[in-house]
Every structure is written in C-alpha cells, then in structure tokens.
Design a protein around this ligand. Structure first.
Ligand code: CAA
Length: 285
C-alpha cells in the first residue's frame, strides 16, 4: 500500500504534532477538529516551531514552506474520502471514538487504515467499532511528537499483518522508531511509566523528599531530561490518574492504584503545566 494522504483527527497537542511530522516528511495532511478555530490555532503553533527551526538552521526556508503547504484544514470529515490512513488523536472515550470510526467508515474507502493514538484504551475493542477491524491498529506517539522518536505500535486481535507492516513502514518514513507490543492495559510505555510516576508521588506524599529533590535524584540517577513529577505535570495529572485507573481496573492489582495525593490534586483542578499548577507552579513562568 502506497500511503500519500493522511487525515489526522484532533488538533490538540498530540494531533498537531502528528500532523507536523507527517507534513514535514512529505505526506499530504488533512487536519480536523470538531472545535471551531482549533486547527487554525494549531497551524499557527506549527508555523512558529518551523520558523524557529529555520532560524536555528535545522530546516531550510524551502522545507518549512513545503511542510506548511502539505497541511490543510479539513472543515468537514466528508472532505477526507480519499485518504489512505487516518490517525485519530481525540478524547480518550470509547464511545466518542467509536462514533467517529462509524462516521468515518461511511466516508473513507475500504482500504483505509484507521490508527488510534490512544494511550490506554483496548485496541481490540476500538477495532470492533470500525468497519474493517483488520485495518485497525494502535499508533501511540509520545509527547512532544516532533521530538520523541518512539511510535509504540499495538496490534489488536483483529489487526492484519498487512496493516501492521504499512504502519510500521509509515512510522519509519516519518523518522520514528516503531516498536510493536501486544494489546494489554497501558501497553508497555504507560504500564511502566505511570507506576514510576505514581511511586514518586507516593514518596512526595510520605514526605520522603521535596518534589525538587525527588526529580533531581531521578534525573541524575537515570539520565532523564525530566524527573517523574515534572513529567507528570507535563503529561497532565488528570491523564496520569486516568491511565492509572485503566491499569488498576485492567489488572485488578493495587500496585496501580493512584496515590491519594494525585487524586486530591486532580480534585483541586491542579492538573500540571496546562492549568498553571501541579507539583510545580507555572503561573509566573
Ligand atoms: N513541538 C515541537 N518541538 C518541541 C515541542 C513541541 N511541542 N516542545 C519542545 N520542542 C522542541 C523545542 O523546540 C526544542 O527544539 P530546539 O532544540 O531545536 O530548540 C527542543 O524540543 C527542546 O525544547 P526546550 O529547549 O524548550 O526544552 P528542553 O530541552 O527542556 O526539552 C523536552 C523539552 C523535549 C520536553 C524534554 O524535556 C523531554 O524530552 N522531556 C521528556 C518528555 C517525555 O518523556 N515524553 C513522554 C511523555 S509520556 C507520553 O507522551 C505517552 C503517554 O501516553 C502519556
């Protein structure tokens, strides 16, 4: 299968990054969001990133122009009838995603592959909501997408070998490293990462060390760019809690239960960087 045109649904942080990497790798990209103005805002952000890349001589002006000309706003999903692949990056809700796959199923061709960027919903169940479950797959990008090399590829029970191969090759074509994993709660990345983050939150809650010290210890101990609490703020504490809930429910093992401090922060609306307050204060930065 020769992939030329991709529809990215959801112009949030992940969808915008996904659109950018496809566009700068020479693919035609349609970017859709159900919120009025979201795509325009995201294209402005991508433009600012590409302008910075030109300034820093990481890209030529021509590469910047070409990448931007490859992204078009998709105003109505019906404009996407000729796409080869859809990458869905919308809200983590089974029914909302299922509704989208049903609608898109009536628009795209029977050959079109549906890839979900879900970080934790079961691919096998999502696949069952698409007209061709064998053409459904998990394509989990990491944030910030243009910077992070990994694409975690998750095969549902129904995913065909051909679908897997197309998405594997496509991930390489956009400069990423695809790594396959089975369809289990949290896949690999979040099953391991969120337990690490939760343990750091427990250390903070128990007063073992300050947030700064926990992060400095783990940054220097493991050569990570961010400590676990800073990373939790970056991901969003609501998302961290949500994924831990999925893990807890999926495995029934108390080791995945969100720490009470995390639950309280989410109740308070202290969700990390995006709300200006989490384990750190971002308001005056
Ligand atoms: N889009 C494009 N580029 C971005 C970007 C974005 N949203 N955010 C940062 N960058 C680029 C910057 O432009 C900058 O590029 P240059 O070096 O060319 O200027 C580069 O990344 C570094 O950024 P900064 O200098 O601003 O900041 P930094 O050096 O502190 O790096 C970071 C920021 C890249 C986020 C780094 O701290 C990092 O890698 N952190 C770890 C991120 C991580 O672990 N992500 C995975 C989260 S888990 C997940 O995503 C899965 C899930 O399901 C929850």
């Amino acid at each position: 299968m020769d992939v030329k045109k991709v529809l990215v649904v959801g112009a949030g942080q992940m969808g915008g990054g996904i659109a950018q990497v496809f566009a700068q790798s020479g693919f035609e990209v349609l970017l859709y969001d159900s919120f009025e103005g979201a795509v325009e805002k995201k294209i402005d952000f991508i433009t600012s990133i590409l302008d910075k890349d030109v300034k820093k001589e990481k890209k030529t002006q021509e590469e910047r122009d070409k990448a931007l000309s490859n992204i078009k706003e998709c105003k109505e999903l019906s404009e996407a009838s000729d796409v080869d692949v859809v990458v869905e990056a919308i809200i983590e809700n089974l029914d909302t995603k299922g509704e989208l796959y049903k609608n898109l199923g009536e628009i795209v061709s029977d050959d079109c592959i549906m890839a979900s960027n879900t970080s934790s919903l079961p691919i096998t169940e999502l696949a069952s909501r698409y007209k061709n479950p064998e053409k459904f797959i998990g394509m989990h990008f990491m944030n910030p997408v243009p910077v992070m090399k990994l694409v975690e590829i998750i095969r549902g029970l129904q995913t065909s070998d051909e679908t897997y191969q197309v998405i594997h090759d496509l991930s390489e074509a956009i400069g990423k490293v695809p790594v396959v994993c089975n369809d289990v709660p949290g896949f690999i990345s979040n099953r391991v990462l969120q337990v690490y983050i939760n343990e750091a939150i427990s250390c903070l809650n128990e007063g073992v060390a300050s947030a700064e010290n926990i992060d400095t210890i783990m940054k220097l101990a493991t050569n990570n760019p961010m400590g676990p609490l800073e990373l939790a703020d970056f991901i969003g504490l609501d998302t961290v809690k949500y994924i831990l809930d999925v893990l807890y429910e999926g495995y029934g093992d108390p080791k995945y239960a969100p720490d009470p401090l995390l639950k309280n922060y989410v109740r308070a609306g202290w969700l990390g960087k995006k709300t200006g307050k989490g384990f750190y204060d971002y308001e005056n930065k």
